[in-house]
Ligand binder design. Structure first.
Ligand code: DQA
Length: 139
């Protein structure tokens, strides 16, 4: 699940976020988990409310990869929704947020994640998929 402004990935500040589109990334994640028989359901929302509803509607998923985008910094409602999500999930950021503006250095959601990956571009999503394959032992 991807947060605000990630729907235009590919053309959004390519020097920071690269030229891969969300469709490219979703395809790579699907490749990573295909052998396990997992299917990827991909969501991108610009609004926090839709993200919260997506989480609440997907408690039966095996796990999740979440890029909360700017909601990492103050998305307290999203944070509370993730606190109730009963499955492992990995937070991913394409850019190295530590190398950017100070206001990006804190994530309100990150402490709840099974792990956090940032700064590796689209590869981060592939690695998150691999991490989920390891973390999820019951499906
Ligand atoms: C981002 C980093 C956030 O700080 C920013 O607001 C984004 C994208 C990333 O993937 O690098 O929208 O989550």
């Amino acid at each position: 699940m991807n947060g605000p402004n990630l729907g235009i990935l590919g053309s959004r500040q390519p020097d920071i976020y690269g030229t891969d589109t969300l469709a490219d990334i979703e395809g790579w994640v699907a490749e990573e988990v295909a052998d396990r028989g997992w299917k990827v359901e991909a969501f991108q929302h610009d609004g926090e409310a839709e993200m919260i509803r997506t989480i609440q509607g997907n408690y039966d998923s095996v796990g999740a990869i979440v890029n909360p985008a700017a909601l990492m910094m103050a998305g307290w409602g999203l944070r509370d929704a993730l606190a109730d999500y009963p499955r492992p999930w990995i937070e991913v950021h394409l850019s190295n947020v530590w190398a950017r503006e100070q206001f990006r250095h804190q994530s309100v959601t990150g402490p709840l994640a099974s792990g956090v990956i940032f700064g590796l571009g689209a590869t981060g999503y592939r690695l998150a998929a691999r991490a989920l394959l390891e973390k999820v032992t019951d499906r």
